[in-house]
Design a protein around this ligand. Structure first.
Ligand code: KG4
Ligand code: ZN
Length: 337
């Protein structure tokens, strides 16, 4: 089976073709980062317009790269939610129009399921069951994964997502949008131990997160310092260390609670080197192993949507052509495969 995947939930147009025998045949990604940078964040209306502009040329290119004709595509997977509704509608409309024209099924994919399964695009794919830490710009959650569609949410952020906290703190440090990777780069120049940020919600039981206090703590720390590059780098270091530590404490707790040994990390923040290193050490100490996608599949992409969609289409699931885009959609409401 061969599936065309379409991701348009936020500010990346991602297109991919995945074949269950041959693996990933093509993937195309267009990032709108430059378009939104001037505004310090994603402008939904501009995002939708840019998806409209890019989506069909990228699909054509992916088909060419995969040396594949439309008649060889067996299904279309598109991100049905959660995300910006105008952006989702672009992928949903184009995806379902193609499915209708090509007379093949369409499947609406949950964006976070895409992230969660992205490590399975790699050669050393994790086996079920595992614990997944999903850390993106919009979500932070720990999920016990029994199989595809068997998701039990163990904990999630009660306020800002980890990526959102990175982006907001980066903005306070004068960095462009999206600031997460830029803050991580700045932190490389930071001196350990100059500042001590709190580790929110780690002193009580449970697996929920809260990151908005860290952003406020950063704002206060920045206000009380000179704005020399070294002070900024020290603050970036201490902030990142606090986020990474907090995530690691909760991951360890989730593995202990479930008795599982495999940890998957996915979503934009899983690209963070410091987080990867910390979690590798922490899981190794517990006799476990951490899995993550290659860097380009940590952030939004079409490959993860094609892959997730293929698993569901293969199981005979499909989405009606009249189904709605779902700007809000809980991960644990998905049907099992
Ligand atoms: O998964 P993603 O591409 O989009 C959403 O679904 O939200 O995640 C984007 C988020 C942004 O907040 C970005 O700043 C963050 O991931 N991010 C990082 C890094 N790379 C991306 N945060 C920290 N360190 C990084 N290296
Ligand atoms: Zn995402």
């Amino acid at each position: 089976m061969r599936v065309l995947g379409i991701e348009t939930s936020c500010d990346e147009t991602g297109i991919a073709i995945y074949d269950d025998q041959q693996g990933l045949l093509a993937h195309q990604l267009y990032s709108q980062v430059k378009l939104h940078a001037d505004y310090g964040g994603v402008v939904p209306e501009l995002a939708s317009r840019d998806h409209v502009r890019k989506i069909v040329p990228l699909i054509k290119q992916a088909l060419t790269d995969a040396q594949c004709t439309a008649t060889q595509i067996d299904g279309v997977a598109f991100t049905q939610g959660p995300g910006l509704v105008g952006a989702l509608l672009v992928g949903a409309s184009v995806g379902r129009s193609l499915a209708y024209a090509w007379n093949i099924p369409a499947i609406g994919v949950h964006h976070m399921e895409g992230h969660l399964l992205a490590p399975m695009l790699e050669d050393n794919a994790p086996e079920f069951p595992f614990v997944a830490l999903l850390v993106s710009g919009g979500h932070t959650m720990l999920v016990e994964v029994g199989g595809i569609g068997q998701y039990q949410i163990l904990g999630e952020s009660v306020d800002d997502a980890a990526g959102e906290a990175f982006d907001k703190t980066a903005k306070l440090l004068g960095l462009d949008y999206p600031g997460g990777p830029l803050l991580a780069k700045m932190a490389e120049q930071g001196t350990p131990g100059q500042f001590k940020f709190p580790r929110p919600m780690t002193d009580r039981p449970g697996l929920d997160f809260s990151f908005s206090g860290l952003k406020t703590f950063a704002a206060n720390t920045i206000r009380d310092q000179d704005d020399s590059p070294q002070s900024k780098a020290d603050i970036a270091y201490a902030f990142q260390e606090a986020v990474v530590d907090t995530l690691a404490i909760k991951c360890r707790r989730a593995l202990e609670q479930t008795g599982l040994k495999r940890l998957v990390i996915a979503g934009g923040v899983s690209a963070n080197t410091s987080l990867r290193e910390k979690l590798e050490k922490a899981t190794a100490k517990m006799g476990g192993k951490v899995f993550y996608p290659r860097l380009e599949f940590c952030t939004d992409n079409g490959a993860m949507i094609a892959f997730a969609g293929l698993q569901r289409l293969k199981a005979g699931q499909k989405t009606e052509l009249s189904a709605k885009a779902k700007p809000r959609w809980s991960l644990d409401s998905l049907p099992a495969v």
